[in-house]
Design a protein around this ligand. Structure first.
Ligand code: CA
Length: 224
């Protein structure tokens, strides 16, 4: 999942990038409206985080120009203003959602997840790791010729692991990010889903396994 950040305040742009990268997204940053429009027109992004007040071309004009060019990527607008008129302007121009600064990082991530779920782009999209492919729209996990349907929770967990193959994900992190925060689920719930996923990997005859490091967490590894 690749996200373009268009934000002229350097500190905020850096913070946004860090938040997104820590959440497993790939992020690119540009600092002006016309630059944002150019990048969005020449690269495939899954989502754009777009500031309203920008040098060159403001955020409203950027999103309007994108829609005129039939670029349908979801756009989340950011602004310091919280007036209804601003919100309406943004949505009328073709933005998908709106967030007022200062914002809570968790709210930002929740809205991004929501937009990505809604996105038509997801129909074509899949992510890959080792010998696995995961379709984002239909939640199929594939390995070679074999394919299996994942439940919504299994999909969330697998997507997190496939986006973070380099590191272990703790049970707490999985609970926080795969269970949408308002969860009463506990550690044993994570263990149960990891066990379901392991069975599915066996069914797929995948060389990828879910490795456990005691008291640390889980990650995907490829068997030699
Ligand atoms: Ca700005």
């Amino acid at each position: 999942m690749k996200i373009l950040i268009v934000e002229d305040e350097r500190r905020l742009a850096r913070a946004l990038r860090q938040i997104l990268e820590e959440a497993g997204y790939e992020a690119e940053t540009v600092y002006a409206g016309d630059e944002g429009l150019h990048y969005a027109g020449t690269n495939a992004y899954d989502l754009i985080v777009l500031d309203v007040m920008l040098p060159g071309m403001d955020g409203f004009s950027v999103v309007r120009a994108l829609r005129q060019q039939m670029i349908r990527v979801p756009v989340l607008m950011l602004t310091a203003k919280s007036s209804v008129a601003d919100k309406v302007n943004g949505l009328d121009a073709g933005a998908d959602d709106y967030l007022t600064k200062p914002f809570d990082p968790e709210e930002l991530l929740a809205r991004i997840r929501c937009l990505l779920r809604r996105s038509d782009n997801a129909v074509l999209d899949e992510i890959t790791a080792f010998d696995l492919r995961l379709t984002l729209a239909t939640h199929h996990l594939l390995c070679g010729e074999r394919s299996i349907q994942l439940s919504s929770r299994e999909f969330q967990i697998m997507r997190l692991m496939m986006n973070n193959t380099g590191r272990y994900l703790s049970k707490d992190e999985l609970l926080l990010r795969a269970w949408d925060m308002a969860t009463e689920a506990g550690d044993n719930c994570v263990e149960a889903y990891i066990s379901f996923l392991r069975k599915k990997l066996v069914y797929l005859k995948s060389r990828t396994v879910i490795a456990t490091l005691r008291k640390v967490g889980y990650r995907l590894e490829e068997r030699p």
